[in-house]
Ligand binder design. Structure first.
Ligand SMILES: Cc1ncc(COP(=O)(O)O)c(C=O)c1O
Length: 468
């Protein structure tokens, strides 16, 4: 038979791929037999494969450091992890084991930092880049951290007024390093032109001269920019980078303390077996572009910072569902009903039409058919019907005659729990699924453990005020 699901994948893509293979018609994800985890824990469940995080960090650090060497770039590279992509302690602590620095987005992040310090996961030397539009509470918490002796906190000004808060509340003996976020322009297909985040490029030089230059309490150390669409090899990315570099060079001539360029997050990850992104090429281009603009302007190159979220944790995560039933609603449309909800477990699929890598866990020897995937909520938008590379979803057939089918959405480790409100009230009260973590034990063997059980009705009734 050459119309099995396995054949379809082989005809369409290069397969197996890094971290994805098939054994005995079951999917193997990073060496894990997912079917065995299903037999042990039951579906639905979220999965975190922790070793992937260290692999991603090491890969990026190596590529940046290789590019630095190749281009004889006289600056250093700093990898920051942006906590907002997954705040779970076991995730953040895993990133820290691989020598990352941190980026924060909100006042509560600073509480998270304090807790990491209490738990001896970080020292006061860790670099902490504080981004985001700052509330009073956030600037107060950042100032507290600096006043408590955290030496490498870099508040990045999102607007000019934010600076007044630090002038009032920071009491450090040594000058404090600050950054400025440059408001970027997005490509024309985006919903707006200039980002609401950051300070307009044209106003920064004047702001520096009027407000920061000559203030002995503060040094302008960093320029920051982040393109919402990510780091892409297109004209918009390169032209924004170029604008930022020109501003860096202009400023550097009058601000010798400026020595860092933060290029934000935005490395894409694999959302389809057709994914083909040349990280190495992009990194080399970025490093060589920075060097050549600085050389032309006769200024020293900056240290390079990144704050990768999706790239750090995305590929460590998966959500595994069982198919509860098959419903044929007309001549063409067959629905596979999953045992959870896309809206509540993968909200980006619903909110911004995000696609994730979707594959069956078992049944790779069965024939396939086009299906619509439906979630358990009553919301008509709780569905998944197309993939990144094709406007359709294909899965193995015959779930009634050939036995249950399980499916996995892979590389879902960034933002989904944060957006869904992990453990909170959910649409139609569909619970947060159990969460299984896989990591290496002391003997170098992979072990799995349950981080959280499925959310209970009781926990929701409590939040809703039925139980006090
Ligand atoms: C300032 C900033 N840095 C880093 C990130 C992380 O982006 P990504 O997850 O695409 O790497 C974001 C995401 O919104 C951001 O706003």
């Amino acid at each position: 038979m050459n119309n099995s699901y396995h054949d379809l994948v082989h005809q369409t893509f290069d397969f197996p791929q890094e971290g994805l293979a098939v054994k005995d018609n079951n999917l193997i994800f990073n060496g894990l037999d997912i079917k065995k985890l299903i037999d042990k824990y039951g579906t639905p469940f979220k999965l975190t494969y922790l070793p992937k995080i260290g692999q991603q960090v090491a890969k990026a650090k190596k590529m940046f450091n290789d590019a630095i060497k190749k281009h004889r770039y006289e600056g250093s590279y700093y990898y920051c992890y942006c906590t907002k992509s997954s705040h779970f302690s076991f995730i953040v602590e895993e990133t820290l084991k691989h020598g990352v620095h941190l980026e924060t987005s909100f006042a509560y992040d600073i509480e998270l930092i304090k807790q990491l310090y209490r738990r001896r996961k970080i020292t006061k030397d860790v670099r902490i880049v504080c981004n985001g539009f700052k509330t009073r509470q956030y600037t107060k918490n950042i100032s507290q951290l600096i006043n408590a002796g955290f030496k490498n906190v870099i508040p990045v000004l999102d607007n000019k007024a934010e600076f007044d808060d630090y002038k009032k509340s920071i009491r450090a003996k040594d000058p404090v390093n600050i950054g400025i976020r440059i408001a970027t322009n997005e490509e024309p297909t985006f919903d707006f032109y200039t980002s609401r985040l950051g300070i307009n490029n044209r106003e920064i030089l004047e702001f520096y001269v009027d407000q920061i230059k000559g203030n002995t309490k503060f040094n302008l150390k960093m320029l920051h920019f982040f393109m919402n669409k990510g780091i892409k090899d297109d004209i918009y990315y390169w032209s924004e980078l170029n604008k930022v570099l020109n501003l860096y060079c202009q400023l550097k001539k009058i601000c010798p303390e400026l020595d860092s360029l933060n290029i934000g997050g935005g490395f894409p990850i694999k959302h389809s077996l057709a994914f083909n992104y040349d990280y190495n090429y992009m990194i080399n281009e970025i490093v060589s572009n920075i060097k050549s603009v600085c050389k032309k302007n006769k200024v020293a190159v900056p240290d390079i910072y990144t704050e990768f979220g999706s790239y750090t944790v995305g590929e460590s995560g998966a959500v595994i569902y069982g198919v509860l039933d098959e419903k044929q609603q007309n001549d063409r449309e067959i629905w596979y009903m999953i045992d959870s909800s896309f809206i509540t477990t993968l909200p980006d699929t619903w909110g911004i039409g995000e696609k994730f890598l979707m594959l069956p866990i078992n049944g790779w020897d069965r024939e396939y058919q086009e299906v619509h995937l439906g979630g358990l909520t009553c919301d008509s938008h709780d569905f998944y019907t197309s993939e990144e590379h094709i406007n359709a979803v294909f899965l193995p057939k015959n779930i009634k005659s050939e036995g249950p089918l399980y499916i996995g959405f892979f590389h879902t480790g960034a933002y989904q729990d944060q957006l869904a409100g992990y453990g909170g009230i959910k649409h139609c009260m569909i619970p947060s699924p159990k969460h299984v973590v896989v990591e290496y034990d002391k003997n170098g063997e992979l072990e799995d453990w349950l981080y959280a059980k499925e959310q209970t009705a009781q926990s929701m009734l409590k939040l809703l005020g039925y139980i006090r």
